[in-house]
Design a binder for this molecule. Structure first.
Ligand SMILES: *Cc1c(COP(=O)(O)O)cnc(C)c1O
Ligand SMILES: [Zn+2]
Length: 410
């Protein structure tokens, strides 16, 4: 009956698809993957994917872990523009630099992809209350979709999350709980609440297999936007890495359908103040180890993986399978990339949203990438999310040309 099956990425044990919301492998606790019976699902065709009109991720429903008769609650997520860099690319010697404008999603970040699928799954299962921990964006997305779906949302935010993000989460009616410590500590509370209170945990780490599936729609869109050409690199800021994993899975499906000929190299970019996956990649280690002390301000990727380092190992494995790389960039480089995007390209993203550009600059510098390569950079979160550029005190002037001339030193 179900068009998909679940299996563990670590021990390969299948998990039964039931009427309850599944989290991790029942045998070993590993990350669960969703696999579709591609033989029984009518394949996507180029014509179909190309002609898909706006209308949210529901248009991909037969390749999502939802029942066919579930009416997808959408806010118009996805279908984000693919922009060509005008100045920054040439200046760094990369002529084919493209921006996937994920900040154009309804709540201002790519998290609308995983959370739209997660909330729809929770509703399909008859849930009343959903809960997540969030550095800001997942909470805003879950809150919005929960409101649209008529569910109660509880969002646990670590104290470092900026006021603008907390305001956005609360704006669509979520109950906000601020906690001491980092994202991993908040996630622990979410898991406990989910276990003891029966609320559905929609954390967008690999806590459950469903939200990650929303991320693979990035690949479907890129294939159309690039005319079925696979870019050399897709450059992705990574916390635990579900966005990267989703993009990998999406391209793998397109390849299985014969719509693209290969999976792009995936570059996972971390902040040097919290870079557990990068460290293991750099040392050629098989497994990722949790990070001790987070010192970056790039809040969207500041995940030390405490208590779930194997999730990082899963992401690392996919990076390697794609022939890709992991890169770490410091906060100064991230802020410089943010400023270049807003001042040279007119694109205003939050610091974490600029991490991919900082990563490409590093890859050009150290020779990991070639000037002839084609890059797609995931610009993941809108600048209005918080952590704004410094704003001077602005005097109020008389509304005259003379006074304006003086102010602007014309
Ligand atoms: C969540 C987030 C990321 C990291 O994505 P993961 O799938 O958690 O690795 C990157 N950028 C922004 C703006 C985010 O909100
Ligand atoms: Zn297992």
């Amino acid at each position: 009956m179900s068009t998909f099956a679940l299996s563990c990425a670590t021990c390969r044990t299948p998990a039964a698809v039931s009427d309850s919301y599944l989290y991790r492998c029942p045998s070993c606790g590993g990350v669960l993957e969703i696999n579709y019976d591609l033989g029984s699902i009518p394949p996507f065709t180029r014509a179909e994917l190309s002609s898909m009109v706006p209308g949210g991720l529901g248009r991909y429903q037969r390749l999502l872990p939802l029942r066919a008769d579930t009416a997808f609650v959408s806010l118009g997520e996805g279908n984000t523009p693919l922009l060509t860099a005008r100045r920054v690319g040439h200046e760094v010697g990369a002529d084919r630099l493209l921006f996937k404008a994920e900040f154009c999603n309804p709540t201002g970040s790519f998290k609308d992809r995983p959370l739209s699928v997660g909330v729809n799954k929770a509703k399909e299962m008859g849930a009343q209350t959903v809960i997540t921990s969030s550095s800001g964006n997942a909470g805003a997305a879950m809150a919005a979709y929960a409101a649209a779906a008529g569910l109660t949302a509880v969002v646990v935010v670590p104290e470092i999350v900026p006021a603008a993000s907390v305001t956005q989460i609360a704006a669509t009616g979520a109950k906000v709980v601020r906690t001491a410590g980092d994202v991993a500590a908040a996630l622990r509370l979410v898991r406990e609440a989910s276990e003891k209170l029966g609320w559905i945990n929609l954390a967008t780490t690999y806590q459950s297999p469903y939200p990650t599936e929303g991320n693979k729609t990035v690949a479907y869109e890129l294939a159309v936007q690039l005319g079925w050409r696979t870019p050399d690199w897709v450059v992705v800021p990574i916390g635990a890495g579900p966005l990267l994993a989703g993009i990998y899975r999406g391209f793998a499906e397109l390849k299985a359908f014969g719509l693209v000929d290969r999976i792009p190299r995936l570059a996972g970019i971390q902040a040097s103040g919290c870079a557990p996956i990068y460290e293991s990649f750099r040392h050629g280690a098989a497994a990722v180890r949790e990070w001790d002390r987070v010192t970056t301000m790039a809040k969207g990727i500041a995940d030390p993986l405490r208590g779930y380092a194997e999730d990082g190992t899963y992401t690392l494995t996919l990076i390697r399978q794609s022939g890709g790389t992991a890169v770490a960039v410091d906060d100064a480089a991230i802020l410089a990339a943010r400023d270049r995007l807003r001042l040279e390209e007119g694109i205003f993203v939050e610091p974490t949203g600029a991490v991919a550009l900082a990563g490409v600059l590093k890859m050009m510098e150290d020779g990991t990438a070639s000037p002839n390569d084609e890059f797609v950079l995931m610009l993941t979160g809108h600048g209005l999310k918080g952590q704004f550029p410094a704003e001077p005190d602005r005097p109020v002037i008389e509304p005259t040309l003379e006074a304006m001339g003086k102010l602007l030193a014309l």
